[in-house]
Design a binder for this molecule. Structure first.
Ligand code: HEM
Length: 484
């Protein structure tokens, strides 16, 4: 077994070359939790080739995630693939390219309506289409992992802001796009992880094994299909571009590209950079929001008494035929608290996204060398009794104060990450989830299909992502509201 370097936090280095992999087996997250119970809130491991520090204390996490020298991304094969093997995009870029892309994307997302009434109009169009689709499922037991209408609704909102385009729910192109992105999520968490953990395997493993066993062929094909779709939008945009009046994020990227041509360290040097930046928005936004929506519905089916309270609150605040707006948040505090509690309990990105130190840093008296992966255990913060009255219960009151007002920021709560790389789409995601959730609860009641028991368990082999297991539900149309 390997010895720990002087100055590092306690932890386990495992075997040379393999690190802790042989001990952790397929359920790496549970192994990490076991080590936390042994070594405390800061410990180190060798994750395959990579020295990794795992942080589980909220204050320490907050300080490290704000440290400019801890904002790189690990040298994972899957991350590099998604960025087209170049430092570009927002999610996996680093250094000045990341900073410029992040600042620019944030600015234009705000200009194009994120968190404002423009986004609300776009989302409301999608709610109408989504409710129509869901109506077709009324009274039939349906596996909610098999329906794509949430994904299409969420994607359409992002498409509209990125490239002013919307698709019909039944559109084959968008259905394939959604299932491709879904596939990619599964593939990058499958055997491809070996290439992430052991970079020295990359040149050794024969290409046919990468293509077939690790499913790189599907990943490449999906990426190609997505790029074709972006090219269509880019062509249309270039033909009608007015640099002084950008209509959407793509116009803004193209305008910026013109002024960046031939320069280094700029986020949009050429059309390929533009396409990868677009792709990042969809990768960052689609599965995160759709999966959280599925978790919300699962919790509603699991806790009918909470669902009933949600519906009573909505009925008191507005007539059934009025679509919700963001202004309704003020009168739907319990609904908001329920969404926050789902974020806490589901902890969709339980280890957030890994960071990497770009210089040596000091944390709590320990010396963390350059090039160390930093993982934050947000899932642990989400169940730490230090922050939560009933950590194991589904208890929306965690997010309500004495006056019944919603508390949006709380120590120990970080579903969107925290610090300098905190989620760029948080405001949009929160608007999506609120409006979709209220729209669905106004019209339908959800319950588990006979014989089904909604479970909070997830696939133990998935290190980063917690997706709900397949589950059959029944939607029932709500009875019309009685006249007062
Ligand atoms: C429920 C929905 C969502 C959740 C739970 C979520 C969560 C996260 C988390 C944990 C991170 C990593 C933060 C870090 O590295 O420290 C992240 C980053 C990011 N998210 Fe989200 N996200 C959601 C929705 C969205 C949406 C809708 C978009 C875009 C439209 C988006 C775009 C991004 C981008 C671009 C980044 C990279 C930021 C950076 O590295 O600077 N996300 N998100």
């Amino acid at each position: 077994l390997r010895r720990r370097q002087h100055g590092l936090p306690p932890g386990e280095m495992g075997f040379p070359i393999l690190g802790i992999a042989p001990f952790a087996g397929r359920d790496i997250y549970n192994y990490i939790e076991k080590l936390r119970r042994t070594y405390g809130d800061i410990f180190c491991i060798k994750l395959g080739h990579h020295l990794t520090v795992v942080l589980s204390d909220y204050d320490v996490i907050k300080s490290v995630m704000n440290n400019p020298d801890a904002q790189g991304r690990p040298d994972f094969f899957s991350f590099k693939f998604i960025a087209g093997f170049k430092n570009r995009g927002t999610v996996f870029a680093q250094g000045p390219v990341h900073l410029a892309a992040r600042r620019h994307t944030m600015r234009y997302l705000k200009d194009f309506g994120m968190g404002k009434s423009l986004a609300e109009d776009i989302i409301q169009d999608e709610i109408k289409a989504l409710l129509k689709e869901l109506e077709k499922l009324v009274d039939y037991p349906t596996d909610f992992n098999s329906i794509f209408c949430f994904n299409v609704a969420v994607l359409n909102v992002i498409w509209k802001m990125v490239a002013d385009r919307q698709f019909d729910v039944g559109d084959k192109v968008i259905q394939e796009y959604c299932s491709g992105l879904n596939d990619d999520f599964t593939i990058t968490q499958g055997p491809m992880v070996f290439l992430d953990m052991f970079p020295w395997l990359r040149p050794i493993i024969p290409r046919f094994i990468k293509l077939k066993w690790m499913r790189l062929d599907t990943l490449e094909k999906n990426m190609e299909d997505r790029m074709k779709l972006y090219q269509e939008s880019i062509k249309e945009h270039i033909a009608s571009l007015n640099p002084d009046d950008p209509r959407d994020l793509l116009d803004a990227y193209l305008t910026e590209m013109e002024s960046n041509k031939g320069t280094q360290d700029k986020p949009y040097g050429d059309l390929k950079d533009v396409m990868f930046n677009m792709d990042n928005m969809f990768i960052g936004g689609m599965e995160t929001v759709s999966s959280t929506m599925r978790w919300i519905l699962l919790y509603m089916a699991k806790y009918p008494e909470v669902q009933q309270r949600v519906q009573e609150e909505i009925d008191q605040a507005m007539p059934r035929d009025k679509l919700p707006t963001l202004l309704d948040r003020d009168s739907l505090m319990y609904c908001e608290a329920v969404i926050h509690e789902v974020h806490r309990k589901a902890s969709f990105l339980r280890l957030s996204l890994p960071h990497r130190t770009t210089k040596q840093i000091q944390v709590e008296g320990y010396t963390i060398p350059e090039n160390t992966i930093v993982m934050i255990n947000s899932n642990h913060c989400h169940v730490n009794p230090k922050y939560w009255k009933h950590p194991e219960k589904f208890y929306p009151e965690h997010f309500l104060d004495d006056q019944g007002r919603v508390i949006t920021k709380k120590d120990g709560f970080m579903p969107f990450g925290i610090g300098r790389r905190q989620c760029l789409g948080e405001i949009l995601a929160r608007s999506d989830l609120f409006l979709f959730f209220v729209g669905i609860m106004q019209k339908f009641t959800i319950c588990a299909a006979p014989g089904e028991h909604p479970t909070e368990m997830t696939d133990p082999t998935s290190l980063f992502v917690r997706q709900a297991l397949p589950f059959k539900f029944i939607l029932k149309l709500r009875q019309p509201q009685r006249e007062p």
